[in-house]
Design a protein around this ligand. Sequence first.
Ligand SMILES: Cc1cc2nc3c(=O)[nH]c(=O)nc-3n(C[C@H](O)[C@H](O)[C@H](O)COP(=O)(O)O)c2cc1C
Length: 352
Amino acid sequence: MTQALVGAATVAGYAPSIHNTQPWRWRVGGTRLSLFADRARALAVTDPDARLATLSCGAALQHARIALAAQGWRAIVTRIPDPTEPDHLAQLRVVGRAPVELQAVRRTHTIRLRHTDRRPVTGPPVGSDDLRAIADAVQAEGAWLHILRPDQVMDLAAAAGHAQHTETADPAWQAELAYWTGGTRPAGVGVPDDTIPLRAPRTTVPGRDFGHHGDLPVSTGHDRNAGYAVLYGPNDQPVDWLRAGEALSSAWLTAVELGVSVLPLSAAVEVAGTRQTVRRLVADFGHPYLVVRLGMLDTDNAGPPHAPRLPARQSIDRLRPKALSPGPAEGDSSSTPKGRGRHDPTSPPTPR
Ligand SMILES: Cc1cc2nc3c(=O)[nH]c(=O)nc-3n(C[C@H](O)[C@H](O)[C@H](O)COP(=O)(O)O)c2cc1C
């Protein structure tokens, strides 16, 4: 059992995360796999409420669920199992065997293929059947995806530009970005230069301004055929951000299997004012969690390399058997790390 749970947590490590912070920590004990937010890898300036960190953890949770299903394990998920322990985001409890899900087996391979590609999407528009399949994947995880109309894309472009401007004017934000991006990232966290465009891609909605150019070659094509969508949902609490991450993971893996490129664009939801603008784009029906670009890549050229990952041992803790006895009750917080700001000296990133 321990091996299966450690394996699932290891697969979860391939999940996307804001600035590749990998802000999760797993605890394996008995038949339980617990997911914690790792505040040591949170973005205090960019993401003070940990919305995007929690969303990233949700993507990791969905990866872990897939990995267990692919091994033929049936698991019950409890999200935010103990409200007095806000960093304890989820618990997966294995309750028995189940038939191996072939789709889950395929998805474990897709997990290894998925990666962020910041080049312009210069292929044809994404077909309506593919868009529907991606939106359905979001909805199956309890969130919604609104595909923006062309006039709304213009509003989004203005909001994203304004958000970038607000952020780059803030020296603390600049310092945080510089800490987490650029260089080769030997510590296994952060966004390396070989995944950052060599020059600003020609896009309708501005992509992340990393404050410097990287090494990733980009074509001179314009991504005018790109589609833009808002991932949103009915509420704006940590459990909703977690579910949004599960929805992002499911949508992105579905997209990879359809040959569709997904690029998260979070600047517009990081700044409170522009998040309101994005909220109006979903007609005030819900709360926006993330903007994504959807498009078909020009597959003639090789894509960027995969961003590095932390060694599994730095994000997975195994409970020793005696710590398991007599076994924590459902929702029991006795085996959980106490308090916020828990810090593992092995986990902080190395600045470039
Ligand atoms: C919540 C969230 C927000 C993100 N925001 C952006 C963004 O604004 N711009 C960008 O280029 N990439 C963004 N990304 C992509 C991450 O930088 C990427 O997932 C991370 O570097 C790991 O790389 P990988 O996706 O190739 O595994 C975001 C990812 C997540 C999960």
